[in-house]
Design a protein around this ligand. Structure first.
Ligand SMILES: Nc1ncnc2c1ncn2[C@@H]1O[C@H](COP(=O)(O)OP(=O)(O)OP(=O)(O)O)[C@@H](O)[C@H]1O
Ligand SMILES: [Mg+2]
Length: 385
């Protein structure tokens, strides 16, 4: 980047003095003398802007900027930077410290708040153009990959800490539970009045509910991880039949399979359970559309290449999407759905996705989710070794 700024600067030095004067007179007009510089920036893959540091006026935008921000260059040349990216103190501070030559180059992650769009994270590099006092170069690098890998890392840390805690807690609860239930039954036999049985029944029923919960919590530790060659489409077909048996009317499950997918090595029962939990959630969320008869779940399989999962690079992975046209995940729990006991439903135990994630992680894979009303997309990536 520094080398680029230097080489760019030399050309600017030659051309921009005239351009600066012309630019000042003409406001924000692009100067033809800067054409060679612009041609160089135009071939860059990342969005690049040239900005007058004092006024934050954009004087040039390359082709990648036009494509990436979906604003024409002509319009951008009529804008100041905050009009394009929203007011950002961080960005203004970076430009100021480069303008005043505290730094030649500054790079930082910033949040850009573009008009009518969700805030987006980007890695921005601001560089001084040598000998042009007032113009800085702003390069915008998408840092989705960075955000994603940080999020994955956080989830992995959390789930490994959680798993240990859950396992120990579940064992602690499981042991006395049998005793509590047994004692309530004995008490029930001894009760003089039938009416009092109501109370012992509460104890027995609640103990049974807890027992089921604890058994589910311990599920991933109960069975050995049995690995064999398997075809993911067999897994999906099993899930499809099970869910359609429960929701026979009003729900369509569309298969969008890539038949050329190679087999993968994994535990078939675990993968069925993981996918079933996700598809089952989707079907439950679609209750209103099932009633209206236009509920849809799409099962899509593709190959993904060069995928990084938990900092490991895999040449090939299965890219599985489970997409539904339901109302979307309630916003208040969207960030936490993979945590145990987080549920948006009455009577939901909030374990389905925790288990799905545990099973997928046991296959060195990853689950992520994007959701908005009308489209919820769970993505499972599984390495194909
Ligand atoms: N496709 C979806 N559409 C809308 N909301 C969803 C979807 N998938 C999951 N959710 C939300 O995420 C919550 C957590 O799901 P999870 O499967 O972990 O637990 P649960 O379904 O509530 O209970 P359990 O699966 O243990 O019976 C759900 O309660 C639901 O609110
Ligand atoms: Mg569920």
């Amino acid at each position: 980047m520094r080398r680029l700024i230097r080489s760019v600067s030399r050309r600017v030095t030659a051309t921009d003095r005239g351009a600066a004067a012309a630019g000042q007179a003409a406001g924000v007009q692009e100067d033809p003398a800067e054409a060679p510089l612009h041609a160089g920036l135009d071939v860059m893959a990342n969005p690049v802007l040239l900005v007058r540091a004092a006024s934050l006026r954009i004087v040039y935008a390359n082709a990648a900027a036009e494509a990436s921000f979906a604003v024409s260059r002509k319009s951008m040349r009529e804008m100041a930077l905050p009009e394009l990216f929203g007011p950002s103190e961080e960005l203004a501070g970076m430009i100021e410290s480069v303008r005043t030559r505290q730094f030649d180059v500054r790079r930082q992650d910033v949040v850009l708040q573009r008009a009518l769009q969700e805030p987006s994270h980007a890695h921005v590099v601001v560089g001084v153009l040598e000998a042009t006092a007032d113009t800085v170069l702003v390069e915008v690098l998408p840092n989705e990959q960075k955000v994603r890998s940080e999020r994955e890392e956080r989830i992995l840390d959390l789930t490994s800490a959680n798993k240990e805690l859950i396992r120990n807690l579940a064992h602690e609860i499981k042991n006395p539970l049998g005793g509590i239930r047994g004692a309530a039954q004995l008490l029930e036999f001894e009760l003089p009045e039938r009416g009092l049985r109501e109370y012992t029944q509460v104890i027995i029923k609640e103990s049974d509910r807890l027992q089921t919960l604890v058994d589910r919590l311990l599920e991933p530790h109960r069975h050995p991880h049995i690995v064999s060659e398997l075809n993911i489409h067999e897994v999906l077909e099993r899930v499809r039949l099970v869910v359609l048996a429960e929701f026979p009317n009003g729900l369509e499950i569309v298969r969008d399979y890539d038949a050329s997918l190679p087999d993968l090595r994994g535990d078939k029962e675990q993968l069925i359970q993981a996918v079933l939990n996700i598809v089952h959630n989707a079907a439950q969320a679609l209750a209103d559309r099932i009633a209206a008869g236009d509920a849809q779940i799409v099962l899509r399989t593709r190959v993904a290449r060069q995928v990084t999962i938990a900092k490991r690079l895999f040449k090939l992975a299965l890219d599985l999407h489970i997409i539904d046209n339901g109302p979307g995940i309630p916003e208040d729990i969207r960030e936490r759905i993979f945590y145990p006991l987080v549920s948006g439903k009455d009577g939901g135990s909030g374990l389905g996705l925790t288990l799905a994630q545990t099973f997928v992680q046991q296959h060195e894979g990853l689950i992520e989710c994007e959701s908005r009303p009308g489209c919820t997309d769970f993505r499972i990536l599984l390495p194909l070794h």
